[in-house]
Design a protein around this ligand. Structure first.
Ligand code: MG
Ligand code: MG
Length: 268
């Protein structure tokens, strides 16, 4: 961490390509998420798909993480290590995926439903996803990072959900985690200015209960302390010529899941 590294339009194009490979990978996984499937199977599938398409798994080996995907079911917030435990009807599974290609990272995430989930859990997922779009809508030239944070916080707070504070969004580029940090809580008009060449991973992590989290014995998995479920959605955005630009897409996932509403982003 240190200074914000602004990117050229050419560099942003490379980040977009990495992000798009993540998007396609998540689209492939979306077709496989059902009761009885497990995280290790998905992880192998994702690694093959990424390597077949010229990328490297971005998370593997980073911070000693052993796998391609972070697979975080139910009360796991993020950084879950894939295992062979079968998914069950009514589970939710957050999958975070990173790709390194041509020297640049893409990094985004989606929370999937396994079969039918309860109304309460659905509400958590929908609200978290909406809050991602609220955050993206605040990614406007001349705004500040705090405007994104505030938009995400307000939307989730109004529903009484716990907004994770220990983990945050981030800058993205030659490194997976760059400056600035993008918290999911904050104040309007505060923080770094959103300028041309900035590339961010915006990623609300929202708990049904308390915002408090703990780390597992594996030193990776982050759990909610009250055991209630948590949702996570992440997109990558860039500022080019005073205009916000979405580098990642959920279109492949939506297509696989039969969701026919377009992404709710105010730009593309
Ligand atoms: Mg991520
Ligand atoms: Mg991220």
């Amino acid at each position: 961490m240190g200074k914000i590294r602004l990117k050229s339009t050419e560099e942003i194009e490379l980040i977009r390509q990495s992000a798009q490979l993540v998007s396609r990978t998540l689209g492939v996984l979306a077709q496989k998420i059902e009761p009885g499937a497990n995280g290790l199977e998905l992880d192998q599938l994702a690694e093959e798909f990424i390597r077949d398409h010229g990328g490297l798994p971005g998370f593997k080996g980073m911070y000693d993480f052993p796998n391609t995907l972070c697979i975080s079911p139910n009360d796991v917030v993020v950084h879950g290590v894939p295992n062979d435990k079968p998914f069950q009807q009514g589970d939710i599974v957050s999958i975070d995926c990173g790709v390194l290609m041509n020297g640049f990272y893409g990094d985004h995430a989606y929370t999937f439903e396994v079969g039918d989930v309860s109304k309460e859990i659905k509400h958590l997922i929908v609200t978290t996803k909406e809050s991602l779009y609220r955050g993206i809508a605040a990614f406007i030239y001349g705004n500040r990072v705090g405007d994104i944070s505030y938009a995400i916080e307000q939307h989730n707070k109004s529903q009484g959900f716990g907004i994770v504070r220990d983990l945050v969004g981030h800058g993205l580029g030659k490194e997976l985690h760059e400056e600035p940090q993008v918290p999911n809580y904050g104040q309007m008009g505060q923080g770094k200015k959103l300028v041309n060449g900035m590339v961010l991973a915006i990623e609300p992590m929202i708990n049904m209960g308390t915002y408090q989290v703990s780390i597992g014995e594996d030193k990776s998995t982050i759990f909610t302390v009250d055991g209630k479920p948590s949702a996570h959605f992440e997109h990558n955005v860039a500022m080019i010529n005073n205009k916000p630009c979405l580098l990642s897409t959920f279109d492949y996932i939506h297509e696989a899941l039969g969701i026919h509403t377009p992404e709710e982003v105010p730009f593309n």
